[in-house]
Design a protein around this ligand. Structure first.
Ligand code: FAD
Length: 497
C-alpha cells in the first residue's frame, strides 16, 4: 500500500485518457513513467466538442500553440451558449463567459441594473456584456488591452477525435508510452485488493503502481473491479439518451453553441471549421428512439454527413472517484448531460486535483478522502446548475417540461434561487465552477426576477445611475466596430478556410 508511485497506467485513450496522460507527464516529468493502454477496435465515445474557458489552463500548462491547436482540431471560438426555448417556447437568452457591466466593490453590477429597471430602463442586462455583443455580431479577436472591460473570455469547439489525437501526439513526444490492446481483466493483490496489472487480450500484461480508469462508461476498473458504487441522479435529470450526427458546415461559423429545447429534451449545434456537431439529448421515458432520431434529422440546418448514432447514459456520479490505487477520470467517474459543456472540464479538474494531492510516497487514505470530498462538492454544484435550467421553465407543450417544473429539487439549489428571487444576491461557494455571472444569466434567462436589490445600488441619484449605466454600455460596445468576423479571425489566425 505504501509503495512509492513510480509507474502510472492509464486505461483508455479518449479525451480523458490522453488529457490525463499529458498533464501528468508534463507536470510530474521523470518522477513517473506513464503508459496508456487503449483499444482502437473499441474506440472512444467520439462526442464532447464544446468546452469552457478553463481549458486554456490545460493548453498553457502543456505549452500548446493556440493557432496550431485551432488548426489541428478544426476548432472554432466559443463565447457563450445560446439557450433557445428553455424558459418558454418563444424565449431565448445567452449564457456568456463574460460578465455584465463592471465589478464594483461589495455590490455586483446587476443590483444597479435591477434598480434602473424598476425606474423604467429598457436595456437588457446582456447589452453590458462584451461577450454577448461579439456573439450576436459573430465577431471575435483577442483584444490586448489593459482595460478589464474589454476582456473577452472564450473557450473552443473542437473535433473530439482530432483533439484526442492532438493530445496523444503531445503526450508521446513527452515520453508517454502507448500500448494498443483490449483489456480483458485486471489482477488484484490478494492481500491489499490493489490493482497490480492489466491483462490484455493478446496475452500481454501491463503492470503499474497506480491506475487511472479512463475506460469510459464501462468503468472497467473503478466499478467492474472495485465496485465503487454510483449515485444515480435520473430523478433530477431524466434525460438518458442522445443521438449525435455531424452535418455540413454552415456558411457563417457562429462563435457560440446553440442549445435548443424540444418537447422531451434539447438539441445541440456546435459549429466547427469543417462541419457542425449536432445531437439530441432526450429522456426515453418521454420519447422513443425512432421519434428522437427523426426529430434530430428534421431540425438540422445543413445536410447530415452520417447516420445518427445512439448513445445511452445514466446521469450521476461514481460514489468513490478514487478507490485504493485507482482513480476514475472522465465518463468512468460519472456523467452529467452536456448542457453546460462540463464533462471535459471535470476531466481537467480531476487530474489537476490528483496532481495536487499526488501521493508519491504511496497511496494515502487522507489524500483519497480529501480528493473524494472535493470531487463530490464539485459534481453537486454542477448538477444543481444544470437542474436549474430544467426546473425553472414555463413551457406548456409537454408532460416532460411540466414534470421538470415539479421536480423535488435539492435544498442547495432551492436556497440559491430563493435568495436571488428575494434579494438579488448571489454568492460563489467553495470554488463553484460557475461564478455569480453564470448563475445570474441563467436565473434571469429562465425568468426569475429579483424583488429587491442591494441598498448600495441606491446611492447614486436616478440621473447618475442612468448615466453610469449608459457610460458602461458605451465603453463595452466600443471595440465591436473594429473586430473582425469570427470567420476572418479563424482564417487569419490559423488558416481556416
Ligand atoms: P471514451 O471516449 O469512451 O474513451 C474510453 C477509452 O477507453 C477508449 O479509448 C476505449 O478504446 C478505451 N477502452 C474501453 N474499454 C477498453 C478495453 N477493454 N480495453 C482497452 N481500452 C478500452 N463533454 C464536454 O465537455 N462537452 C460536450 O459538448 C460534451 N458533449 C457530450 C455529448 C454526449 C452525448 C456525451 C455522451 C458526452 C458528451 N461530453 C461532452 C462528454 C465527453 O464526451 C467525455 O467527457 C469525453 O469524451 C471523455 O470521454 P472518456 O475519455 O472518458 O471516454
Amino acid at each position: 500500500m505504501n509503495k512509492p508511485i513510480k509507474k502510472i497506467v492509464v486505461l483508455g485513450g479518449g479525451t480523458a485518457g490522453w488529457m490525463s496522460a499529458a498533464l501528468i507527464k508534463k507536470t510530474l516529468g521523470n518522477a513517473v513513467h506513464v503508459e496508456l493502454v487503449e483499444s482502437e477496435q473499441i474506440g472512444a465515445v467520439g462526442v464532447g466538442e464544446a468546452t469552457i474557458p478553463p481549458i486554456q489552463l490545460v493548453n498553457s500548462v502543456l505549452g500548446i500553440n493556440e493557432a496550431e491547436f485551432l488548426r489541428d482540431t478544426k476548432a472554432t471560438i466559443k463565447l457563450a451558449i445560446k439557450f433557445e426555448g428553455w424558459k418558454d417556447q418563444d424565449s431565448s437568452y445567452f449564457h456568456t463567459f463574460g460578465a455584465p457591466g463592471k465589478s464594483l466593490a461589495f455590490c455586483h453590477f446587476h443590483h444597479f441594473w435591477i434598480r434602473a429597471k424598476k425606474l423604467g430602463l429598457k436595456t437588457h442586462l446582456w447589452e453590458y456584456d462584451l461577450n454577448y455583443l461579439c456573439a450576436k455580431e459573430g465577431k471575435f479577436a483577442q483584444i490586448k488591452s489593459a482595460e478589464p472591460l474589454f476582456e473577452i473570455p472564450y473557450a473552443y469547439h473542437f473535433d473530439a477525435s482530432l483533439y484526442a489525437l492532438f493530445l496523444r501526439k503531445k503526450s508521446e513526444t513527452m515520453g508517454v508510452i502507448r500500448t494498443e490492446g483490449k483489456v480483458v481483466d485486471a489482477q488484484l493483490n490478494v492481500e491489499t485488493g490493489y490493482v497490480e496489472q492489466l491483462q490484455l487480450e493478446n496475452g500481454k500484461c501491463v503492470q503499474g503502481d497506480f491506475f487511472i480508469d479512463c475506460s469510459g462508461f464501462k468503468a472497467l476498473l473503478i466499478q467492474e473491479k472495485l465496485s465503487s458504487g454510483f449515485d444515480d441522479w435520473t430523478h433530477l435529470l431524466p434525460c438518458d439518451r442522445a443521438f449525435a450526427v455531424p452535418s455540413e458546415r454552415c456558411e457563417k461559423t457562429l462563435p457560440y453553441t446553440r442549445s435548443i429545447a424540444h418537447s422531451s429534451g434539447w438539441q445541440w449545434r456546435i459549429p466547427l471549421q469543417h462541419r457542425n456537431g449536432n445531437g439530441l439529448v432526450y429522456s426515453s421515458s418521454y420519447l422513443d428512439d425512432d421519434k428522437a432520431r427523426e426529430l434530430l434529422l428534421s431540425r438540422l440546418d445543413s445536410k447530415p454527413l452520417d447516420e445518427p448514432r445512439l448513445i445511452k447514459f445514466t446521469t450521476g456520479r461514481r460514489r468513490k472517484q478514487w478507490s485504493r490505487n485507482v482513480l476514475a477520470v472522465g465518463l468512468s467517474s460519472g456523467f452529467l448531460e452536456p448542457l453546460e459543456s462540463t464533462s471535459i472540464h471535470l476531466i481537467q479538474s480531476a487530474i489537476v486535483r490528483f496532481i495536487k494531492t499526488f501521493p508519491h510516497a504511496g497511496v494515502s487514505q487522507t489524500a483519497i478522502k480529501e480528493y473524494n470530498r472535493q470531487s463530490e462538492v464539485e459534481y453537486l454544484q454542477v448538477r444543481d446548475f444544470i437542474v436549474l435550467h430544467y426546473y425553472q421553465n414555463r413551457r406548456t407543450d409537454s408532460s416532460f417540461w411540466r414534470d421538470m417544473r415539479n421536480l423535488d429539487i435539492p435544498d442547495s439549489l432551492r436556497h440559491k434561487m430563493e435568495l436571488f428571487k428575494n434579494t438579488g444576491a448571489l454568492f460563489r461557494e467553495q470554488n463553484d465552477l460557475f461564478a455569480e455571472s453564470s448563475w445570474l444569466q441563467v436565473m434571469l434567462g429562465q425568468g426569475i426576477t429579483p424583488k429587491d436589490h442591494h441598498p448600495i445600488a441606491n446611492q447614486p441619484s436616478d440621473e447618475a445611475l442612468f448615466e453610469m449605466l449608459e457610460n458602461i454600455r458605451k465603453i463595452k460596445s466600443t471595440p465591436i466596430a473594429e473586430l473582425p468576423s469570427h470567420d476572418d479571425f479563424l482564417s487569419n489566425y490559423c488558416g481556416a478556410t
